[in-house]
Design a protein around this ligand. Structure first.
Ligand SMILES: *Cc1c(COP(=O)(O)O)cnc(C)c1O
Length: 431
């Protein structure tokens, strides 16, 4: 008998609504604060107007525009759920492991799920172009593809060090026809100012955000946010909405839902449609566990307080777990995990003890990436490998209790453009 490993949702069964957790939270989300008196006005002008509307919406389900749905179908949605049978065997058969494969979209991660929505809403506002920042390049390439599919120009400001150190995602942005600038750049007024003061600056995400925002504000464009905020998580819930249908189809109900947190969007997007249902019933049975890089320990060592979402301190303050917007992360390779804080909704759920947090060292996560590649045959993104590390602990617990457990994991991306990073840490010969 053949054992099935892949569970597909047919394209004509793709969910047609996003899920919004705001009305189902155990208490109201602390509102953003405008300390400078200017940040709300900046956001209002810089963001697509629908983003702002959805940021505070109390509607539980929101209809996905047909133009966005059509493009979801084009870029590889619905993504499959794959059962990691070989890894289960390797671990001794104590777990059933189901993976929601966001690595199977055209840009190789979950980020395209919201990029398409943001770009569409920017177009609805008659924006002349869209702009954004990118660190390692995953978000930049997603925005570039989304802009291409909606025929709107895109400017991507890539942190200068990554621009030179990680050329392949930069080339991908260019394949999609977007303009990419090493940040700080000569292309914007703000970039020129920074360069005048310090011509050799390596750049930072904060500088790149400020360049992208000011360039959009001054030239009739819209700025696209790639994580953390409620609207971005909402758009990405297409993954969790699909997964819910798929798990029902498979006939399995996960005991654990796990994933990795940079700003929190891919994990929240998978977990919230499941968790929301439990919150409405008033009883949370499943265990929700999110992990991150111990080198950037915002979840396990951060404080739940108001902080700036950006290093440039131009955006409104948000209440979230943070290690401080001035925190300079060590150069860990999982670029998507370097963010200093956790999305406000996810922070609230962590503060209430509903979502648990764990952090892992890069070396440990990368060992899991190597093992997973050998056993399952698919290379996880460095970020995703930090979620795989949770499996080891769950396996020990299941083994001790003698009860077989079912795990659903957000497989946030593949690592085929990150092989250089794996080579560095795992010690492959690079000559
Ligand atoms: C960006 C990224 C992350 C982290 O970002 P979230 O907003 O927390 O989802 C995780 N995995 C991959 C592959 C990424 O590209």
């Amino acid at each position: 008998m053949l054992e099935k490993v892949r569970y597909d949702l047919p394209q004509d069964e793709i969910p047609t609504e996003w899920y919004n957790i705001l009305p189902d939270l155990p208490e109201p989300l602390p509102p953003p604060k405008d300390e400078s008196g200017k940040s709300f006005e900046i956001l209002k002008q810089a963001l697509p107007s629908k983003d702002l509307e959805y940021e505070f919406s109390q509607e539980r389900y929101i209809k996905i525009p047909e133009e966005v749905l059509q493009r979801y179908l084009q870029i590889g949605r619905p993504t499959p759920i794959i059962r990691a049978r070989k890894l289960e065997e390797y671990l001794g058969g104590h777990l059933k492991i189901f993976m929601k494969m966001e690595s199977h979209t055209y840009t190789g991660s979950h980020k395209i799920n919201s990029a398409l929505a943001h770009a569409y809403f920017a177009l609805q506002d008659n924006a002349k172009f869209v702009s954004t920042e990118t660190g390692a390049g995953q978000w930049g390439s997603a925005v570039a593809l989304a802009a291409a599919l909606f025929h709107i120009p895109a400017h991507v400001f890539m942190v200068k060090t990554s621009y030179y150190a990680k050329p392949y995602r930069r080339y991908l942005v260019q394949m999609y026809g977007a303009q990419i600038h090493p940040s700080p750049s000569e292309f914007t007024r703000y970039g020129k100012e920074v360069l005048q003061k310090d011509p050799n600056t390596p750049g930072s995400l904060g500088i790149a955000i400020t360049e992208a925002v000011t360039y959009a504000l001054e030239n009739g464009g819209k700025y696209l946010v790639g994580s953390v905020v409620n609207a971005d998580i909402l758009y990405k819930t297409i993954a969790g909405m699909e997964a819910k249908k798929q798990m029902e189809m498979i006939g399995e109900d996960p005991d654990y839902i796990i994933g990795v947190v940079g700003g929190g969007s891919n994990y929240a997007a998978l977990a919230y449609p499941f968790l929301g249902e439990e919150l409405r019933k008033g009883k949370v049975r499943r265990k929700y566990i999110a992990s991150g890089a111990i080198e950037v320990p915002k979840m396990t060592q951060g404080v739940y307080r108001y902080d700036y979402p950006d290093t440039g301190k131009v955006l409104p303050l948000l209440k979230m777990y943070t290690i401080g917007s001035d925190f300079i992360p060590p150069p860990v390779y999982a670029g998507g995990l370097r963010y200093h804080a956790v999305a406000p909704t996810l922070s609230l759920l962590m503060n209430k003890g509903i979502v648990e947090a764990r952090d892992y060292h890069q070396e440990e996560a990368f060992k899991w990436a190597k093992l997973f590649s050998e056993v399952e045959g698919w290379v996880p993104a460095p970020e995703t490998s930090h979620a795989l590390a949770i499996l080891g602990e769950l396996n020990e617990e299941a083994k001790k209790s003698g009860e077989k457990k079912t795990v659903l994991i957000s497989f946030s991306g593949h690592g085929l453009l990150d092989l250089g990073n794996y080579a560095d840490v795992l010690g492959f010969d690079k000559k």
